[in-house]
Design a protein around this ligand. Structure first.
Ligand code: IMP
Length: 427
């Protein structure tokens, strides 16, 4: 039996979808454990490109069960639309291959309105959220009194009573913040959400109990992280983070599967660094090299289409992500994007107010003044997209990967040199 976890070690968008898809053949169950439809996974499969947001990547494979765990925040409308977009393309999505936890929390229309208002009022300190109501739903989860879980939708009377109370409160607070806001109508929300609940009924189960049975039956389970470790609400660059445990820390709380059940922890890293939204980014490149990486790497958000901020590989930040997750190995993605650069750099330490350190600062104000200490490596200036084994890579590219592994203290087991499955070097 193998219980494998694939987790991003940077600020998300590390191309985890490709590695998850790669490993899905040898797993029977693929589980998402945190986040919501803020995530975006692009997967190329059978010559087709699929953009997934809330659905686990495993949904694309016949025979695989995809699980949306208790740690997610689920927008049922978005989920149903995503399911339909797959069924329209001939992909099976039904109660037999997609399970949704009855403990997962529900995103309601007011969460999206609140997300927009909080961002607007934060001015220069806005987090740069995806605007999907993710953080505001998690806020209600932690606050408890205004939270609705998927299972609540099937207890009509209590759901209605709870909703009335919540909507009255939200109308008061939202209109105090912005009087121009249309009041929310509990009747409409109630009937829409009952409709969603009916459509999702065959999928909703106690996924924790289901996963425990799968463990007992020695099924191979794959955990699919969304976002990345540096966006983790506890361990990331707070407050410029998402609202869930997007490092491996979320596996246990977001699925009910004990951490010690995980037998293989794979950290996914991009060969450079990107970030969307606000927050410090020590190796960011505000020059033509940054733009070159953005263009060649198609670095625009899957969910929001926003251009991603691009910079050199930050080994201080990524090694921290690797330590928090306890990774056994890494997958180095998008190495081909750097192929035409004269010189490539890796940040091996920070200079913070004259002090050199390889510790990742816990406070955003320290990270804001961190100057990257760069190790320069000559570029290899050669297309590598046709490489299929390590020896096919030019010496410069191998040296670059070796440098990353040395600074992270973890071996690479995958190198990705293009979007297709075959464009993967296994080590
Ligand atoms: P939220 O998750 O929408 O609340 O956004 C919080 C922060 O996480 C923002 O900086 C987003 O850009 C970032 N974020 C959320 N989801 C992703 C993702 O899938 N990839 C990269 N960044 C993300």
């Amino acid at each position: 039996m193998s219980v494998t976890s694939v987790v991003g070690l940077q600020w998300g968008d590390e191309a985890k979808g490709k590695i998850v898809d790669f490993l899905t053949d040898s797993h029977e169950v693929v589980v998402r454990y945190q986040g919501g439809n803020n995530a975006g996974h692009t997967v190329k499969f059978d010559g087709e490109t699929y953009k997934l947001s809330l659905l686990p990547t495993g949904i694309l494979r016949p025979g695989v069960k995809a699980v949306i765990g208790n740690g997610l925040v689920v927008n049922p409308d978005a989920l149903l639309k995503e399911m339909k977009s797959l069924t329209d393309r001939g992909i099976r999505v039904d109660g037999g291959n997609l399970l949704v936890s009855d403990r997962a929390h529900v995103i309601l229309p007011y969460h999206i309105v609140e997300d927009a208002i909080f961002e607007k009022r934060s001015g220069n300190h806005a987090i740069g959220t995806t605007g999907r109501g993710i953080g505001t739903c998690y806020r209600d989860k932690a606050g408890r009194t205004h939270a609705i879980r998927i299972g609540d939708l099937y207890h009509r009377e209590t759901f209605r009573a709870k909703l009335d109370e919540i909507v009255a409160f939200k109308n008061l607070t939202l209109r105090a913040l912005d009087p121009a806001i249309e009041p929310l109508d509990a009747d409409t929300i109630y009937s829409n959400y009952l409709d969603y609940a009916d459509k999702l009924r065959s999928h909703v189960v106690d996924t924790t109990a289901w996963l425990h049975r799968s463990l007992k039956e020695k099924k191979n389970i794959l955990f699919e992280g969304a976002q990345g470790s540096l966006l983790d609400v506890d361990h990331g660059t707070f407050p410029y983070v998402t609202s869930s445990n997007s490092s491996a820390a979320g596996i246990h709380s977001g699925s009910g599967v004990p951490q010690r059940a995980v037998t293989r922890m794979i950290g996914v890293v991009k060969a450079y660094t990107t970030r969307v939204g606000g927050g410090p980014f020590p190796t960011e490149l505000h020059n033509e090299i940054g733009q070159h990486i953005r263009d060649v790497g198609h670095e625009y958000g899957t969910v929001t289409g926003r251009p991603r901020r691009c910079g050199w590989f930050d080994a201080v930040a990524t090694a921290y992500g690797a330590r928090v997750c306890g990774v056994d190995e890494i997958a180095v993605m998008l190495l081909d994007v750097l192929a035409q650069l004269d010189e490539v750099c890796v940040c091996e330490a920070y200079d913070i107010r004259g002090e050199r350190t390889t510790d990742f600062p816990s406070h955003v104000e320290d990270l804001e003044v961190a100057k990257p200490v760069l190790r320069k490596i000559p570029g290899w200036k050669q297309d590598i997209t046709h490489a299929r084994k390590l020896s096919d890579l030019p010496a410069g590219a191998r040296r670059y990967v070796d440098t990353i592994c040395e600074l992270l203290g973890v071996p690479a087991k995958f190198i990705s040199i293009g979007p297709d499955r075959e464009q993967t070097i296994l080590l």
